[in-house]
Design a protein around this ligand. Sequence first.
Ligand code: B12
Ligand code: SF4
Length: 519
Amino acid sequence: MNALLIYPEFPDTFWSFKHALKFLGKRAAQPPLGLMTVAALLPHSWKKRLVDTNVERLRDRDLAWADVVLLSAMHIQSDSLLAIVERCRALGLRTVVGGPIASSVSAAELKADHVVIGEAESLIAGLALDLEQGTAMPVYQAAERPEMTTSPLPDLSLIKMNRYSTMAVQYSRGCPFNCEFCDIIEIYGRRPRTKAVAQVLAELDQLRAAGWREAVFIVDDNFIGNKARAKELCIALAEWRSQFKTSFDFNTEASLNLADDPELMQLMRDAGFNSVFLGIETPDESGLVASNKLQNTRRSLLDSVATIQSYGMQVMGGFILGFDTDRDDIFDRMVEFIQKSGIPIAMVGLLQAMPGTQLFRRLRREGRILDAGKGDNTCDRLNFLPHMDAAKLVEGYRSVLKQIYSSSAYYERVKLYLNRTQPRPGEQLSRQRWLTRGNVRAFVNSVIRQGIFGRQRWSYWKFLASAATRYRRCFGAAMTLAVMGYHFQVMTSRMSEALDAAVLTPKMEAVPDSESSRQ
Ligand code: B12
Ligand code: SF4
């Protein structure tokens, strides 16, 4: 069989990082690890090709080559996914859709010949056999969540590695917490399942052997879901890295209770983690309690963030507006919190009720669901009726973004963060070389676009001057953040324009029947 694996295109959102990636000459942040894993699970006798439409075009001759097309997507990629499925159908080509979208959108809406819900490790052999024999069923759902030890070495040979800024390695799936809005725990469960340390090292060896020397994202739902296992991996990573003169830096996602474990933070630092994404959600404790994000309560969130930063890790924060508990002052409180946190990259989104979540079920019971949403929490489209007036919420959201991504506010946060993390004189600097060809190119592009043509060039030059003097010991990190800031400025002004044009009050619509049956 000739199997063509296709990854649909992402829309241009805050999360695409597209405008910053251009500076680096990269086309996307990460490769589609789900499809690379599926490829490795398919029979060895099959021929495989992978087209990630975020970094290359899907050509007619790719489709003409294929006997079967396997697609993976998140909910947010649905427009592109449906267009590709339609294109395949027109050619009479068999399609199989899997990935997180299959847990959010009904099989009927996906319009594929076959839909796979859940993780592929335990069912792919059966699916492949059925496809070969022409007896494949419309829907496959894994009976149980597989142990990660059964997950193969992802097929790296299928991707165009140099088109991505970061490579992805997964150690664990699942998270022990129980936040009401979260679909991770619905898709991947609450029992963290990890690979063996040796599996992760084999993936890293594979990346090194292929010439990769840049960042690696450990794409776990919550890296510290099982702290003992996380520590075990960090020790092994530190040892693995010590063999090489230069090696990758790591980043990951974790829960905020990381701040309670100095040993783990130190081990992460030793292992080369320089950035961690934390779901902070809101500075308003009543919102945290109501959404069952209890691990973020009864603590100073600002102190927890500062503690993690003091271990040399940049904190990226996820924030949500639109909780039932939000009052009119939430927007000012959010801006104030973000400014004090020293979190340069603050991903503020509007609450989305993702199908399949506890939140979706509650709002549905309360008659407040408008539709299944599009999986994008950074647009003006609410898929539920909020307590606060919807227009006020969207307008407040816009004002938060405008304030935190104004260049002065952004650079203030970057400086606060650099103050907290930059190595003191005498302390060892990162072993990562900053002066690479890619970074020099990004620097030159940044000077041209931000320093010469940018609307906010004066703040840029002021920042550059501090980066070259006060923060010269972490000049690389400072410049990377300057480039990232450009993406957020472009997105914020685009979004503002879109919101100006949008009708702000959502209309109550019937929830599609497929959604009713899913719940
Ligand atoms: C890394 C990551 C990213 C990266 C991009 C990665 C990439 N290139 O795809 C970044 C950081 C950019 C990102 C961004 C976003 N992400 Co994201 N991301 C992840 C994360 C943490 C890991 C993805 C991964 O590599 N997984 C490892 C692989 C092995 O797992 P997998 O894809 O599930 O694949 C398995 C199965 O699903 C199945 N499978 C997958 N595909 C297929 C295909 C076939 C044919 C078959 C048979 C089986 C199959 O088999 C695989 C092996 O078991 C996941 C969480 C997670 N646990 O996966 C969230 C996740 C995918 N992201 C999510 C979201 C919501 C987003 C954003 C929309 C953020 C937001 N809040 O708005 C943005 C969208 C990007 C944009 N441009 O706007 C959601 C998607 C939910 C959904 N139902 O669609 C997830 C699940 C997290 C969550 N909150 O629930 N993300
Ligand atoms: S901590 Fe994060 S991954 Fe875990 S349940 Fe809460 S939102 Fe989901």
